[in-house]
Design a protein around this ligand. Structure first.
Ligand code: UDP
Length: 567
């Protein structure tokens, strides 16, 4: 069945319901952005004319909001607790609805059981009959609940699941056996999914799919109003909780020499928060009022926490400069309490690496906050600069609809991948089947040879650019340095002797092993290694002793998840 775009959100609002503060927050957001979604749907509909879009049956089970997981979030919505997740789930639900799919929402284990056809109270009995959904969106809490209640059918159906996973999960942590043996086991990982089934809040490692959320857009009148009303010496501090301001008195007093400082710190009437007296604290604001404040302000100042939230994008969209601390050394699960136990080794270079790397100056200034002089100079520069509102296209409604639509129509983790022979293939080491690779003129990269039929793959293999990394460099970095992005879907097609030969790796020997940096060449011994476990193909993996085979692809500027031929 064909899916048709929907511009009316009333059915969705009804399904989301209310009764909990978290749900009311999501409904308010959906309502406020309704016109923006409708306009985006019209534009994308126009662009996709002629493409068949299959309507899918989709279950959305929001695990962290179920009573069974303790629902620690809902009571904190009005008290300065994390709202990023709520923002993202509201936008995911809206995206799926607007794209015209058949949506069912579950917010409790009972609803989950009902939706899946598991008889209540029977614990972990397998489903009776086939899975009644094409896709299930959930989170790590929901995944656990499904495993508990689907019994043996969980394994069989898990390829239909998509996990909303803010910070991301890397392959080394996802593969249970490997994680256990090699010290990558955490409370969250080891689900043996295809890592593209994890969907992140920002484009972290391309081993995961980038889901994202949306930022409110300005119309022409609002743009003009911003130009007119901006107060050049007004700053808003990022941080809903007083704890985020602790120890920042010195920076605040420097800033106060130049600017009026506003805050939105939650407080209870009888206990005002501990922020300096010169700060004008508005208390936690409804999203809409925060937007109004950001429209007036020139500077949005991050103090290092929270990490990777939506608010900096909102500030930049409203014409603020985001000033944030650089982390040196970078923070990660290996050296920092907040990230400890998260299934990723990703290095976080600042409070908000996405804005640092993908947006940058003049909208984003990242400096060492331990150096007061550097901080002060940054403030002075910001006062001089004139900055326009900006939203990366991937954070607009149209961008999110386009991206999620491409995933829904093309990603299929139930089909057995790799029709092309790989690690277990029986071709002899010296045999010479025609190589599927060709060197790209004026480059060290290989491409898929046009005279060899490319196996079906999404993204299409025509986008492949294969590189040999320097030692101690991940494929994330290697592809980035070439102006491209690592594409894990291509790994099965480059895990072969032809790829090593084409890259002139000069292998002394070739073996297949389970290791998240393979396929790779040992730098000193020139031993070449293929990957034996497809779940361990990893863009993120890095090793000082190996040069890795890195499958890269192009991407659309402002829509890093998609290549030019991906739509
Ligand atoms: N927010 C809000 N009122 C405030 C401060 C923030 O509604 O006074 C909203 C903001 O618009 C953003 C969301 O809270 O969309 C999440 O903010 P943040 O970036 O702080 O991320 P979190 O740590 O909450 O996930």
């Amino acid at each position: 069945r064909q899916a048709f775009f929907r511009s009316d959100l009333s059915l969705l609002l009804e399904r989301v319901g209310s009764g909990k503060e978290s749900l009311s927050f999501m409904r308010r957001r959906m309502r406020r952005l309704a016109a923006q979604w409708a306009a985006a749907a019209r534009r994308l509909d126009e662009r996709l004319r002629g493409h068949h879009r299959e309507q899918k049956r989709i279950l959305v089970h929001v695990g962290f909001l179920t009573e069974e997981s303790g629902d620690v979030f809902s009571p904190k919505v009005l008290k300065g607790g994390p709202l990023g997740e709520m923002v993202q789930w509201a936008d995911i639900l809206t995206t799926l609805h607007v794209l015209g799919h058949n949506l069912k929402i579950s917010l409790s284990v009972k609803e989950l059981q009902g939706s899946l056809g598991v008889p209540p109270g029977r614990g972990s009995c397998p489903l009776i009959g086939p899975l009644p959904f094409d896709l299930i969106y959930t989170d790590y809490h929901g995944l656990q609940q499904m495993k508990q209640h689907m019994g043996l059918s969980f394994r069989q159906h898990r390829c239909h699941i998509r996990v909303i996973d803010t910070f991301g999960t890397e392959p080394a942590y996802n593969n249970e056996e490997y994680a256990t043996v090699n010290g990558y086991r955490t409370n969250w990982g080891y689900w043996n999914l295809n890592c593209k089934q994890y969907m992140t809040m920002f484009p972290h490692t391309p081993d995961n799919s980038f889901m994202g959320f949306v930022t409110e857009e300005l119309n022409q009148t609002e743009r003009l109003m911003i130009q007119r009303d901006k107060v050049n010496n007004m700053a808003v501090v990022y941080g809903k909780e007083a704890s985020m301001w602790k120890g920042k008195e010195k920076l605040l007093s420097i800033l106060h020499r130049y600017m009026d400082i506003h805050g939105t710190v939650y407080y209870e009437a009888q206990r005002p928060p501990e922020v300096p007296a010169f700060v004008r604290n508005h208390g936690l604001l409804p999203q809409q009022e925060l937007q109004q404040l950001l429209r007036k302000a020139k500077l949005f100042l991050g103090f290092g926490f929270p990490y990777e939230g939506p608010a900096p994008l909102e500030a930049i969209a409203n014409g603020c400069v985001f000033l944030q601390p650089k982390f040196s050394p970078p923070r990660s699960s290996l050296n920092h309490e907040f990230f400890r136990g998260k299934p990723t080794s990703r290095e976080v270079s600042s409070q908000h690496p996405y804005t640092e790397q993908y947006i940058g100056k003049p909208h984003v200034i990242t400096v060492d906050f331990n150096n007061s002089q550097e901080f002060e100079t940054a403030v002075q520069d910001i006062l001089k600069d004139k900055v326009e509102p900006f939203i990366p296209s991937e954070y607009t409604c149209e961008g999110m609809l386009e991206r999620v639509n491409a995933y829904i129509q093309h990603q299929d983790f139930c089909r057995r991948s790799s029709p092309f022979p790989t690690a277990n293939d029986s071709r002899s080491w010296s045999g010479n089947p025609p190589s599927p690779f060709l060197q790209l003129p004026n480059s060290t990269a290989l491409i898929w040879a046009p005279n060899i039929t490319a196996p079906a793959c999404w993204p299409p293999l025509s986008a492949l650019r294969l590189f040999l990394s320097p030692e101690d460099s991940s494929c994330v970095k290697t592809c980035q340095d070439a102006g491209l992005i690592c594409e894990p879907a291509f790994f099965p097609f480059i895990n072969n002797i032809e790829a090593f030969n084409g890259l002139n790796a000069q292998c002394e020997s070739l073996e297949a092993e389970k290791n998240h940096v393979f396929p790779a060449v040992h730098v000193d011994r020139r031993e070449c290694f293929q990957q034996k476990e497809p779940l361990l193909f990893s863009c993120a993996g890095v090793s000082a002793k190996h040069q890795r085979l890195c499958p890269c692809r192009d991407y659309i500027h402002g829509q890093v998840a998609l290549c030019r031929d991906c739509l």
